[in-house]
Write a protein that binds this ligand. Structure first.
Ligand SMILES: Cc1ncc(COP(=O)(O)O)c(C=O)c1O
Length: 318
């Protein structure tokens, strides 16, 4: 029997996240900064939506059936999202990640029943995964995909990621703001969220301004740096231009350093009561910069990508 107040499973809880006005941080400014609270997803991040979409699209097209093995290389959030979807739908899941990623991420994925393959770092430090580290992870993932005859979720290429945000996150933001969204500010990892959300919002409002946020040390999309350096924003700022990235959607780039991202994450916790991670800190720092220069009232929307609970073993809140 179905009751309207009961979700059939945790998969029904993915998405429909709150949009929270960060009015205490933007006090005194003309513009309003609104945070899409993706940490409220069951896996505590923005990657639950694409993870579920990837599995459901693969099921629909007959690529996988329950009992099959799914594999992915991930810094953790996609792994958690996939682990939730695979646990509910009956898939074996193998997650390949760099040993440089935080311990919480590894433990959460294991707890959800997935198998973790840790790849030793080539030249990064714990908490700082480099391009070379990622290449090593990619090599191992390719080998295991063949060996296990697994379906690779392939978040960096799979267009289901864009679809999840084009059909979910974007329309939710539009509805939650009553169609009044002037600027979107967002980091780029796979670019699934940036491309999907901006494509939808620009379709609805061609005057929307889209701002890409990059780690200062890895500002390669804006062309400010040719060789990416180390930074602490796990999940974004890789050394390649992602396949899902569409430069035609971008109006501006803002670079944010580790210190500013961390400072802003701490302020979010203390001032807004929102415990979020490094990339959320970077997003809000960039959104506040846009808000400070705004000459008229406007809504600036950004993403609070994941929970600060994932970074308690790092120095984020020390
Ligand atoms: C913490 C965090 N923030 C932001 C992102 C970027 O999201 P996207 O892959 O949609 O660009 C990711 C992606 O994994 C992430 O883990």
């Amino acid at each position: 029997m179905r009751f309207p107040g009961i979700s059939a499973s945790v998969l029904d809880v993915v998405g429909q996240t709150p949009l929270v006005a960060l009015d205490r941080l933007s006090a005194g400014l003309r513009a309003r900064v609104l945070g899409k609270y993706e940490a409220a997803n069951p896996g505590l991040s923005v990657k639950d939506r694409p993870a579920l979409q990837i599995i459901e699209d693969a099921e629909r097209t007959g690529v996988i059936k329950p009992g099959d093995t799914v594999i992915e290389r991930t810094s953790g959030n996609m792994g958690t999202g996939l682990a939730i979807a695979c646990a509910l739908k009956g898939y074996k899941l193998v997650i390949v990640m760099s040993a440089g990623n935080s311990l919480e991420r590894q433990k959460a994925i294991k707890a959800l029943g997935a198998k973790i393959v840790l790849v030793p770092q080539v030249n990064g430090r714990p908490g700082q995964v480099t391009g070379d580290d990622l290449k090593a992870v990619e090599r191992v993932t390719n080998e295991l995909t063949v060996k296990l005859k697994a379906f690779r979720a392939d978040q960096f290429k799979n267009r289901s990621s864009v679809k999840a945000h084009y059909t979910g996150t974007g329309p939710e933001i539009w509805k939650q703001t009553g169609g009044k969204v002037d600027v979107y500010v967002g980091v780029v990892g796979s670019s699934g969220s940036f491309t999907g959300i901006v494509r939808y919002l620009k379709k609805k409002n061609p005057n929307l301004r889209a701002v890409v946020v990059e780690p200062t040390a890895a500002s390669i999309l804006s062309g400010k740096r040719k060789t990416p350096g180390r930074h602490k924003l796990q999940g974004v700022g890789y050394m390649e231009i992602p396949q899902l990235y569409d430069p035609g959607l971008v109006d501006e780039f803002i670079s944010i350093g580790d210190a500013e991202a961390m400072r802003t994450a701490r302020k979010l916790a203390r001032t807004e009561g929102m415990l979020v991670g490094y990339t959320a800190g970077a997003n809000v720092a960039a959104a506040l910069r846009v808000a400070k220069r705004a000459k008229r009232p406007m809504n600036i929307v950004t993403i609070l990508c994941d929970s600060g609970m994932k970074y308690l073993s790092t120095g984020l809140f020390d």
